[in-house]
Ligand binder design. Structure first.
Ligand code: BGC
Length: 446
């Protein structure tokens, strides 16, 4: 009975080949609809006003990189021929008041961190920077964009509908930073794509698989029917898909429960099945159900499986990484989370469930990626490098391999034309490169 139930749950999380094909078709329809004027789609398909770099961009630029609860400031040297070097870097952890408090706090905090950075490195000349702000932004120019909604558990008041560059400029002025010029606003996926394509012309897709998840790709201007703002140059523009909001996916009862308990019910459905912020919570909900049915942790009177967000994605990685026969390390992981005792059987069940959750996430990601590739190159006649960053992709033992297997199932032999490339620090380096593109365009105009 117990085993049957567990096998049933694992089957519910399986994304077989026909399901991958179905996801690809649905994703492609949503991509098209999202590019139309007034088109209805769960994919926001946001114009970014960024085009791919030539690889010849050069100079020293700064990046403010806000991806989630971590915030980074970088000084980057671009040396042409695709060579970029981080000269200086400082990392900050956002305090809680900058995640769910008043929006002004966040921008004052960012400006304060920049002040510290400039003071520490004794920088007083002009600072030209790119601002990576990794949330859905309705951009109307390269340095202008309004926040559409918060994701990843953020919920700051007074920011939705406002131009985030303007908010940052006001905060910089309050901190007395008159020497700072914000040249560009961009999403982390865009930074990642740009950073990789600086040295690799085959790169046209950028993906983040971390706390949140999203993808962007390079689209022909002609196909972007809804474009409002002015475009100075080029025939292509990077589109921020905001794939985390894709909602044509088959949900299990656990996904529904997680969505209901989340800060943004009904939104970011794909993100809740794929990204690091949520995978641990899916695991907790499944285990809690099994405990209630008395299929797990029979030796324990009570567990703390009622505590939201008990498991993080890194625990899933740790458990799947444990190859010892009796899963001794997993025992330690569970103990560290307050689950005092577990049998070997419990741990094997948990490991199987972890694998099902992360496998589903990787196959959903692969299906959507395959759909983007098909949109750009229906016969897969070119080579495609996909720039990927994010802790889930980087740290999980099988995420990338599972995606590659899925590509082989979808594309057959042609899958060898698709290469995924871990692009570390892409969101920061890309911000510097985009700032360099903007500056070059300005000079050429004069
Ligand atoms: C945001 C995206 C971002 C992604 C990865 C999502 O929650 O909506 O804009 O690119 O997280 O950081």
């Amino acid at each position: 009975m117990a085993l049957e139930s567990i096998n049933h749950i694992i089957r519910e999380f399986e994304i077989d080949k026909p399901e991958m094909r179905r996801i690809m078709r649905a994703f492609s329809l949503e991509m098209k609809a999202g590019l139309e004027k007034g088109g209805k789609s769960s994919l926001k398909m946001l114009p970014t006003y960024v085009r791919k770099p030539t690889g010849e961009e050069s100079g020293i630029f700064f990046a403010l990189d806000l991806g989630g609860t971590n915030f980074r400031i970088l000084e980057i040297e671009l040396k042409e021929k695709g060579r970029a070097k981080i000269l200086k870097a400082m990392n900050f952890k956002l305090p809680n008041r900058c995640i769910t408090g008043d929006g002004r706090e966040l921008f004052l905090y960012i400006a304060g961190c920049l002040k510290k950075f400039l003071y520490r490195y004794e920088i007083s000349n002009e600072v030209c920077l790119g601002f990576t702000f990794s949330f859905p932004i309705d951009q109307t120019a390269i340095d202008e964009g309004r926040l559409l909604n918060w994701t990843k558990g953020f919920g700051l008041k007074g920011v939705i509908g406002k131009d985030v560059v303007q908010l940052l400029k006001e905060a910089l002025a309050k901190r007395g930073l008159g020497n700072v010029e914000i040249l560009a606003l961009l999403n982390d996926t865009v930074g990642t794509l740009v950073a990789r394509s600086y040295k690799d012309p085959d790169c046209r897709i950028g993906i983040i698989l971390g706390t949140g998840t999203n993808a962007c790709y390079s689209e022909k201007l002609l196909n972007i029917k809804k474009l409002k703002g002015r475009v100075s140059k080029g025939e292509d523009m990077i589109i921020n898909i905001e794939w985390g909001n894709f909602n044509k996916l088959a949900l299990t009862r656990y996904d529904r429960k997680l969505d209901k308990l989340s800060a943004n019910p009904g939104e970011q459905i794909l993100e809740k099945m794929v990204s690091g912020k949520y995978l641990g919570e899916v695991l907790r909900l499944i285990l809690n159900g099994l405990v209630q049915k008395k299929f797990l942790f029979l030796n324990l009177g009570s567990t703390n499986l009622d505590v939201p967000d008990l498991f993080k994605a890194e625990h899933i990685s740790d458990i799947e990484n444990d190859v010892s026969r009796d899963l001794e390390k997993t025992k330690g992981t569970l103990k560290s989370l307050g689950i005092r005792s577990s049998t070997e059987r419990d741990r094997h069940i948990i490991k199987r469930i972890c694998a099902a959750i992360s496998r589903r996430a990787s196959r959903v990601s692969a299906s959507c990626t395959a759909s983007i590739i098909k949109e750009m190159d229906p016969n897969l006649s070119k080579a495609h490098t996909i720039a990927v960053d994010g802790t889930l992709y980087e740290k999980h033992p099988r995420f990338s391999k599972n995606m590659e297997t899925a590509f082989r199932e979808i594309f057959g032999k042609k899958a060898s034309r698709v290469k995924m490339a871990l692009t570390k620090d892409g969101s920061g380096i890309g911000a510097a490169i985009v700032a360099a593109i903007v500056e070059r365009d300005k000079i050429e105009k004069v």
